[in-house]
Design a protein around this ligand. Sequence first.
Ligand code: RIB
Ligand code: CA
Length: 314
Amino acid sequence: MARKIIIDTDPGIDDAMALFYALDSPELDVVGLTTIFGNASTETCTLNALRLLEIAGRTDIPVAVGCDRPLAMPFQGGAAFVHGADGQGNVHLPLPQIKPISRHAAQFIIDTVMKAPGEVTLVAFAPLTNLAMALLLQPEIAHYIQEIVLMGGNAFVPGNATPTAEANIWNDPEAADIVFGADCPITMMGLDVTEKIYASSDVLDRIRTFDNPKAQHIARILEYYRMFYRERVGLNGIYIHDSTTITYLLAPALFKFVNYPVRVETVGYGRGKTWPALGRSENETAWQGRREIRIGIEVDAEKAIQLELERLAR
Ligand code: RIB
Ligand code: CA
């Protein structure tokens, strides 16, 4: 039986790769997408989610629109310098034919989880506002969520949005702190592990040789993303962020984890930093009562990239 997942996403170039990777993996049953701001506005990310499902020929999958701003601050305006003003490398796709469903993303998450208790995994490629809203609206869903698998955070390494914070958490630290406190299994695929999966230029060039519409779209939008990495990060390749959640679902044995409770800093220069409590400091009161979450820290990067390319080539 394929594993039911809801993908919460802010497409986003690496979101598109990860979504197609999931759709090309029969082990997973994508039962819905929920959209959120982050790489672009929620409106733009929703249009992109609909466009991506059309490219993939999967217009059967419902798309529920999420919050248009973080819990405790205005929307910060997106990351056009990374993903393009359109969130898809400025390839300016035509408007999608399909429409989102009318239910809010948070309600869609609640309804889907409660319809199949213990059978639905929430996979977040983006800021955690929708997941936090669902947990605030109906806290008991935490006992029926199979697992939350999120790309976000940085436990033992610097941030990428700021020196202290990773982008998805930085975009809504208050929401992230609510999610990390949920009483359900949580797996954090943060920069500690995603910045260990480096896809070189040669690897990325192979995607253009895959003769299918999804891979061809990825090859097109990657041009912009690779330029960002060359000019701003100084790399002739990219880090694999969002897809790492999918690789974990398909092949968890490729990773090593540590398990700690996590709090998210919400003030000062450290806003958005994910802080694990290692159990050896004087006062860990603020972490008490929180589940330990699984934090990815090591990965067989070569095998992870090989698995993703093998699926995208299908
Ligand atoms: O830090 C990387 C994350 O921020 C990824 O999800 C990327 O899509 C951006 O949203
Ligand atoms: Ca993302």
